[in-house]
Ligand binder design. Structure first.
Ligand SMILES: Cc1ncc(COP(=O)(O)O)c(C=O)c1O
Length: 407
């Protein structure tokens, strides 16, 4: 069967060149980078070269990069570290309603520890307003964390403008750039951020590795792990050397290929969006129409459940997702779509197509060949389809929101 992978925001395949290289750091170059002997020294050198590559891909200094186990840890480390280090200055943290749970749940956990939390609303495109941030800042605000680009709807936030406000007030600004790195320019000085999260497996590197950028001079200290003095006391634990080597290479490739690949992918994305909107009735594009990631298309289909679409697509060999990877499988519609004012029943019909290096025009042709009949068939069967009179009559009376009926 033809297989098409359209879920690059969930994860990406490790590039073959990277997989081959990191293999050597499990067998041939296996030393502990902390060891002073030859075996340790040669690995330390490779780790520091990887740090330079990561730093250079975001315009940072190598000393400002801390290796972590991925995006989730970097987000936790950034937020918890700033909160704990600055709690004598204030207790107010600002984030947005569309953040990944790695940010949102970390901030909410701090809310239970006595911090005051403001979760900024977004507009119908999932965009945070600069005015809303300006109004939310108080003299107790010690951290602002707003993501660079949305994993769910692809919307790119005005980070430069938001971070400038924080800078004026001397408030540390963190951004989660897990989805933006490798797709749009990410430069810590251009954006004016103090902390920035990246993850290896979204950019054709390995899973279980990431990095946190911490601007020199930021009042942050390590608060999560107690242990050894690795990463200059910023992250205890023996380094994930193969992962770090892979992350360095992935960042280097991303830097070299980003512009050209973004141009190619945005062409495919625009064609996909145009054809879906033209050929399939009752579909809404979610996320910003133009300020969106070049590889990202997301929709809500009326009168259908996202999961049924995903399963039908999977049976045709197409891998897509509904909502974020972490929430698919949950019965609750995505918090991101709800925060954009999309009604529950429509949010249940969400689907996300995220393109990557291996996708071609033929993949879009194939999708457009199989998707319209899938939608037609599911709608014909669906109790949610207003046009299906019998189905409507027999749908569950107990359910006020039609799509909530899962009996
Ligand atoms: C925006 C965003 N932040 C953080 C993460 C978590 O990254 P990781 O899987 O490396 O922990 C993800 C992964 O889906 C993400 O999309």
């Amino acid at each position: 069967m033809r297989r098409v992978y359209f879920d690059h925001s969930a994860t990406t395949p490790v590039r073959r060149e990277i997989a081959e290289e990191i293999q050597k750091f499990m067998t041939d170059y296996f030393g502990n980078p902390t060891s002073l002997h030859y075996f340790g020294r040669q690995v330390r050198k490779a780790v520091e070269e990887a740090r330079e590559k990561v730093a250079s891909s975001i315009g940072a200094q190598p000393g400002e990069i801390v290796f972590t186990s991925g995006g989730t840890e970097s987000d936790n480390m950034a937020i918890h570290g700033i909160a704990m280090t600055n709690k004598n200055r204030g207790n107010h943290i600002i984030t947005s309603a569309v953040e990944h749970h790695a940010v949102l749940n970390t901030v909410k956990a701090l809310g239970k520890e006595g911090f005051t939390i403001t979760i900024l609303p977004v507009d119908k495109y999932g965009m945070v307003s600069v005015d809303d941030l300006a109004n939310a800042i108080t003299n107790k605000t010690i951290l602002i964390s707003i993501m660079h680009a949305s994993n769910e709807v692809g919307t790119i936030q005005p980070i430069k403008e938001l971070a400038a406000l924080a800078r004026e007030k001397n408030i540390p600004f963190h951004t989660d750039a897990v989805q933006s790195l490798g797709k749009i320019p990410v430069d810590v000085n251009e954006l004016g951020v103090d902390l920035l999260t990246i993850s290896g497996h979204k950019i054709y590197g390995p899973k279980g590795v990431g990095a946190l950028y911490i601007r020199k001079g930021t009042r942050w200290r390590q608060t999560l792990f107690h242990g050894g003095a690795q990463e200059k006391l910023r992250r205890a634990g023996t380094e994930n050397v193969p992962g770090i080597i892979g992350l360095g290479m992935a960042c280097e490739f991303a830097m070299q290929e980003r512009e050209q690949e973004a141009r190619r992918l945005s062409g495919l994305r625009d064609r996909l969006i145009k054809e879906v909107m033209e050929k399939i009735p009752h579909v809404r594009l979610t996320g910003h129409p133009t300020m969106r990631l070049p590889n990202h298309a997301s929709f809500c289909f009326e009168f259908i459940e996202g999961e049924s679409m995903l399963l039908s697509l999977d049976m045709k060999g197409i891998a897509a997702s509904s909502g974020s990877a972490c929430t698919s499988g949950s019965l609750e519609p995505s918090h991101v779509l709800l925060s954009m004012g999309i009604p529950h029943e429509l949010a249940h019909g969400s689907i996300r197509i995220t393109l990557g290096r291996d996708n071609t025009e033929e993949d879009i042709d194939y999708f457009m060949e199989v998707m319209p009949p899938i939608v037609e068939r599911l709608r014909a069967m669906s109790p949610l389809d207003q046009e299906t009179e019998f189905a409507m009559e027999s749908s569950c009376e107990a359910c006020k929101v039609r799509s909530a009926c899962r009996r």
